[in-house]
Design a protein around this ligand. Structure first.
Ligand SMILES: *[C@@H]1O[C@H](CO)[C@@H](O)[C@H](O)[C@H]1NC(C)=O
Length: 199
């Protein structure tokens, strides 16, 4: 009991009290920033994920498979196609533009690459839509007899489809780089029907 009385009567160092208060204030602030900052960062990255990509086929060249030359021996068909693609990028983000660095595009039919090319980098302003034309092409691509026959019949039925795959890199699209990745890759893939307009 004597001990308690001793401690109770001890003088409190005002500097220590101030130090403790400052510490509490500091850690309190850090906690509040973390508690509010992490959901805010998550919200920003969620908004980034809502950026919408749409691919359209504006024109096709060199896919006149029926009239294409046949390479000797295996009976494979040789084509040099080009696909005029329109990429639409819709950025719903309220505060930030959405920028993509350059990337690559490949157009394939039934697993066979027909055309490929580079995609230039571009930015979409906040709350707007940007359009980009890319024309991947291929030279002397061989199609097996089986694929050629399948393609010709699908074209007649109007069901011929090519698969477009784009890989685009991005960087510094977030303002809170401490919480979200500032670089990454966007994969855009879509099946496009060749409407039989083979010009
Ligand atoms: C792609 O198609 C669009 C629309 O038909 C046309 O304006 C543009 O010139 C074409 N681009 C190329 C490189 O063929």
């Amino acid at each position: 009991m004597a001990r308690t009385a001793l401690y109770g009567s001890k003088e409190v160092d005002p500097l220590l009290v101030l130090q403790t208060k400052v510490m509490i204030l500091f850690y309190g602030t850090v906690t509040i920033v973390l508690v509010l900052g992490i959901p805010a960062a998550a919200l920003l990255s969620n908004a980034a994920e809502k950026v919408k990509y749409t691919l359209d086929l504006a024109a096709v060249e060199g896919m006149d498979v029926a009239a294409a030359t046949t390479a000797g021996g295996g009976g494979s068909t040789v084509i040099s196609p080009a696909f005029n693609l329109t990429l639409r990028v819709e950025n719903p983000r309220t505060f930030r533009p959405w920028c993509l660095d350059r990337g690559d595009v490949v157009v394939s039919y039934s697993g066979v690459a027909l055309a490929w090319g580079r995609v230039p980098g571009f930015c979409v302003q906040k709350r707007s839509t940007a359009k980009l034309t890319v024309v991947p092409w291929g030279k002397n691509v061989h199609l097996s007899q089986e694929l050629r026959e399948r393609f010709v019949s699908e074209l007649q039925e109007g069901t011929a489809k090519v698969y477009v795959e784009m890989k685009l890199h991005y960087y510094a699209n977030f303002c809170m780089t401490a919480f979200s990745p500032s670089t990454g890759m966007v994969g855009i893939s879509q099946e496009l029907t060749l409407g039989g307009r083979d010009e």
